[in-house]
Ligand binder design. Structure first.
Ligand code: SF4
Length: 420
């Protein structure tokens, strides 16, 4: 099955058009934000401040094979090129002597950058952004809680106060109030609570569609779509969340998957192995995911992008600002902090009936050891690939392909019974 999902093509086309419009709008200057993926973009959406997601830009630069040029720009300034490359590559665009040659015409220069300070390196990357002329950095704290909820994915939509903890929510709600004041003062725009409530409602609707889609794929045998179609279909609307376009795109994605399931469309009708990819997208080689279909009947049925959309974003409640704080106060925990993350990956592996997990472990990924251990304890075979998702220097696509191919050859029927 080779036909691309319409929703994947439509999302990519929309993103290109939107980006061209953004560049035109900002040609004579104007407010523009660069925000981290796991930061509360909903505030910007409400206030009509355009933004681009830091890691999304990094993925575009990498997919266009410019990651090494950007890393070189960092190196030339004496900055590390081997730490948190996924987050630092966009910083290099501020030092680009030839910005017009950049992918998609180049990233407009932000006036505001927003990030959660989840690690020493990410704080430094954004401090450097804040040192650029005309750029203000608004940092958000990263807090932790001693008590870890079990089965957080069941609590989060409505019982988030219990799941995240009141202290963390107090802290982030206060910071968001500060962010709104800061944006009102610096941009002259006004934050409307009515508009904000609408944005929050649209986001929940969008993620409900993603949840249905995730569940459809989990149950479908064989898998109805390749994972590299699901990534743009879910992530591009995710970066536009809070708009009717994004909500409708998530719904269109769902309907297309439902239609494929109903008509029995399959990536491989002779699917023999269902695989889960844990880790960030392998942006320098997105075809990688399809390389084992013919040779091993192995289909990647899972990536975290759709799954975290399904389980990680829904937040209902009468206080939209606190609900937004609840969406992000524990966001990195959901994906990267054991036992939060490890238990969730095991749950998702079982939900999708996978036969094995390919686990991309980057230098900076947190909690990988525990994720692998939890999956193996649940009887699910795991292959750890030690590589960076945007920097192909350490392990190129060919090397990774050989490693995964060899491992798939070792997956036996008894492994599969244990995993399924
Ligand atoms: S892959 Fe992880 S670090 Fe990268 S954008 Fe998504 S959540 Fe953030």
């Amino acid at each position: 099955m080779n036909a691309r999902l319409n929703s994947a093509s439509a999302a990519t086309a929309h993103q290109r058009q939107w980006f061209a419009g953004l560049r035109a709008d900002l040609a004579d200057g104007g407010d523009f934000a660069l925000v981290n993926a796991d930061a509360p973009q909903e505030i910007f959406r409400t206030m009509g401040i355009p933004y681009v997601v830091n890691q999304w830009w990094s993925s575009i630069v990498t997919a266009k094979r410019r990651a090494q040029d950007y890393l070189e720009l960092l190196r030339a300034r004496g900055l590390p090129d081997d730490s948190e490359q996924y987050s630092s590559i966009p910083l290099a665009s501020a030092f680009d002597p030839d910005p017009a040659s950049a992918p998609w015409g180049g990233l407009p220069r932000p006036t505001i950058v927003l990030a959660e300070t989840t690690g020493d390196a990410s704080r430094k990357i954004f401090d450097l952004w804040g040192d650029q002329p005309g750029v203000s950095f608004y940092p958000l704290e990263s807090a932790a809680e001693n008590d870890v909820p079990t089965r957080w994915w069941e609590l989060m939509p409505r019982d988030w106060e219990r799941a995240v903890g009141s202290d963390r929510l107090d802290l982030m709600t206060g910071e968001l109030e500060g962010l709104i004041r800061f944006l009102e003062q610096t941009t002259g725009r006004v934050f409307s609570e009515t508009r904000f409530a609408e944005v929050m409602e649209l986001v929940n609707e969008q993620q409900e569609w993603n949840r249905r889609t995730r569940d459809l794929i989990a149950r479908a045998r064989p898998c109805p779509l390749p994972v590299n179609d699901s990534i743009p279909s879910v992530m591009i609307p995710q970066w536009h969340r809070g708009t009717t376009w994004a909500r409708d795109a998530a719904r269109a994605f769902h309907d297309e998957v439902a239609e494929r399931v109903a008509s029995g469309t399959a990536v491989r009708p002779d699917e023999r192995l269902r695989l889960m990819w844990i880790g960030r997208g392998l942006w320098f080689d997105l075809d990688f995911y399809r390389r084992f279909e013919e040779s091993h009947g192995a289909v990647f049925v899972w990536s975290m992008y759709l799954a975290i959309a399904a389980d990680g974003y829904l937040r209902y409640g009468d206080d939209p600002l606190r609900a937004l704080a609840a969406r992000f106060a524990a966001f990195p925990d959901q994906l990267y902090t054991p036992p939060w993350s490890a238990e969730w990956y095991v749950k998702e592996a079982r939900h999708h009936g996978v036969d094995g997990v390919v686990h991309l472990v980057s230098e900076d990924s947190r909690g990988s050891y525990f994720t692998t251990r939890a999956l193996e304890a649940a009887g699910i075979p795991v292959l750890e690939l030690h590589a960076d998702n945007v920097d192909a220097r350490a392990a190129d696509g060919d090397g990774l392909t050989r490693t995964v191919g060899d491992w798939l050859g070792t997956l036996t029927l008894s492994d599969r019974a244990a995993g399924g």
